[in-house]
Design a protein. Structure first.
Length: 102
């Protein structure tokens, strides 16, 4: 079974298209898997939300889930039809990160 991972930007990945440098980049594998999972949900309005919350052994934990409720201040990006959404607080901690699927 595969797993998603978030890492600092050491892996080579194609950045998401947006006006500014992306908060988070997705590798080809992550983009393909997210697209597959969204298709299985049957709702093309879903986006992958990536969030950082207080907690965990290092003081923070990552959350990833599908969401269709996008706030006005959310940072959104898209790559190959896959939408990624990050709230402003999480964006400060995720800038330069890469999401991969193995």
């Amino acid at each position: 079974m595969g797993a998603f991972g978030v890492a600092r930007r050491y892996a080579r990945a194609t950045d998401l298209t947006q006006e500014e440098p992306p908060v988070i980049a997705l590798t080809d594998n992550a983009t393909s898997k997210v697209a597959e999972l969204i298709a299985a949900e049957g709702d093309e309005n879903l986006a992958l939300r990536v969030a950082v919350r207080p907690g965990g052994c290092s003081g923070f934990s990552y959350e990833m889930f599908f969401d269709s409720d996008i706030a006005d201040d959310d940072i959104t990006a898209e790559r190959d039809g896959v939408k990624v959404v990050v709230d402003p607080s999480s964006a400060q901690l995720l800038t330069g990160a890469t999401l991969d699927y193995k």
